[in-house]
Design a protein around this ligand. Structure first.
Ligand code: GLN
Length: 199
């Protein structure tokens, strides 16, 4: 069974754990550096990225996480989790973990549309479009050449970006019953990178 770590310091890690369990993989809550061992993949949930940044430092997880990501551990970041994976946070500087060559702008949809839902096209998943929930979402404002846009809003704006084994989503697939993106992560990213270890 694939063991999928879920950073459980803050945010909606329980919803991700439920999604992973429903797909037949084993969710492992991660709060200590030791818990990063023997994972096939890792999820960074939504929540508050500034709080997560502080807790990552307090729990001595920053360095071990950076090392695991540099070693190629597949990772999925949603919303605040995507902010942690960006190369840079506009107006703030480098993000705590990095790994995906994108620049994000936090809370960039403004107060009026603080949170919204929209159907997004995800060609890798085919039809129908995915109903996506955005909550104080960041905007991806720059995308490097090695990054593959995976999902777009109707206006063409990119809301999911993949670079190798790393996937950043500005929305929350864990809050709906459509688990196709979690499944994509397990099959196309974790499964591919760990083909022999996925028994
Ligand atoms: N606004 C949050 C941040 O900047 C992210 C919101 C979320 O994860 N739903 O960290």
């Amino acid at each position: 069974m694939q063991r999928i770590g879920i950073l459980a310091l803050q945010g909606d890690f329980r919803e991700h754990a439920r999604a992973i369990a429903r797909l037949g993989a084993e969710p492992v809550e991660v709060r200590l550096p030791d818990q990063l061992a023997d994972l096939a993949g890792l999820i960074l949930p939504g929540g508050e990225s500034t709080t997560m940044r502080r807790l990552l430092a307090d729990y001595a997880l920053l360095e071990p996480l950076r090392e695991r990501l540099a070693a190629g551990l597949p990772v999925l970041g949603t919303c605040a989790g995507a902010i942690l994976l960006a190369r840079e946070i506009a107006g703030e500087g480098p993000s705590p973990l990095g790994g995906i060559d994108i620049v994000v702008s936090r809370n960039a949809y403004g107060r009026q549309v603080d949170s919204f839902e929209a159907d997004v096209e995800v060609p890798a998943l085919g039809k129908p479009p995915l109903h996506a929930v955005f909550i104080r979402a960041p905007r991806i404002v720059e995308i490097g050449p090695g990054v593959e846009p995976l999902a777009r809003l109707g206006n063409g704006e990119v809301v999911a970006a993949r670079q190798g084994a790393r996937l950043a989503l500005t929305f929350h697939p864990e809050l709906t019953d459509d688990l196709r993106l979690h499944q994509y992560f397990l099959r196309q990213i974790v499964g591919r990178d760990n083909a022999s270890g996925a028994a």
